[in-house]
Design a protein around this ligand. Structure first.
Ligand code: MN
Length: 259
């Protein structure tokens, strides 16, 4: 039986992670190691400046091993591999996130980072995100969980190239099947609201602004807006290779050594 590690960034009590684990149960032995509290938009952060606590979560008595870590998704993957599992898992699945992780936003995403950490540690890995609505409680995770299980089964069978992971985004209005996509791009609108706290000091909320996506038929954004499940292969390498000649041509001194 394959061993499957499940994590997320919405926290160990998010219904999305339990819907995901339930759908994956037919494929292998499930171990959940997830943040004790929500840590969305925490990216690929690793906690180095304080100790971490690992707790068994007893309330989920359906046979899975469920643990919480008071840290990030990346912390969870590392602690799972070293302290919880007795062997390297065959698959890491992160999600199901409440809200898309499309285009440039994958760099903020703790959900995507959980899968990226799995890939960096040599394990085939998948991130799964579901479109959100205005109502923060209105989520039907079933279609996304089914999609995740289909992808997971094929990844368990076929594997993935080294350092490669899959970013799955599932729209609420699902009218088609799976589509291979590239990351879309959008303009980034910074929206920060200032208010005054009861002690008279200002505080700030960073919010998602109204962004516009650049038209691209191959993009993850275009796919989900057209009713497809978007499947983007990602890797951690951010190098812009076609800009290397530009860097090589910069007028820089031959040496900055101090003599
Ligand atoms: Mn999240």
């Amino acid at each position: 039986m394959p061993s499957i590690l499940v994590t997320n960034d919405d926290g160990v009590h998010s219904p999305g992670i339990h819907a995901l684990a339930a759908a994956l149960r037919a494929l292998g032995d499930i171990t959940i190691v997830a943040p004790v509290t929500e840590s969305s938009a925490i990216g690929h952060a690793l906690t180095l400046a304080r100790p971490l606590r690992l707790e068994r979560v007893a309330m989920y008595g359906d046979g899975d091993a469920v643990f919480s870590v008071d840290g990030t998704p990346t912390d969870c993957v590392n602690i799972a591999l070293t302290m919880v599992l007795d062997r390297q898992p065959d698959l890491v699945v992160s999600g199901i996130n409440k809200g898309f992780n499309l285009g440039d936003d994958v760099t903020y995403s703790g959900t995507v980072a959980g899968a990226m950490e799995g890939a960096l540690l040599g394990i085939p890995s998948i991130a799964v995100s579901l479109e959100r609505t205005r109502d923060p409680h209105d989520f039907n995770f079933t279609p996304a969980a089914r999609a995740a299980a289909s992808i997971a089964a094929s990844v368990l069978e076929k594997g993935l190239p080294a350092r490669t992971f899959l970013n799955i985004n599932v729209p609420r209005r699902l009218t088609h099947g799976f589509r291979a996509t590239v990351q879309g791009t959008r303009n980034h609108v910074t929206k920060v609201t200032q208010s005054i706290d009861p002690r008279g000091r200002p505080y700030y909320w960073i919010e998602e602004g109204d962004s516009e996506w650049h038209p691209d038929e191959r993009s993850d954004y275009h796919a989900v807006k057209s009713g497809w499940i978007s499947v983007t292969p990602l890797h951690p390498d951010l190098t812009r290779r076609d800009a290397l000649p530009l860097v090589e041509a910069l007028p820089l001194p031959p040496s900055v050594a101090v003599d």
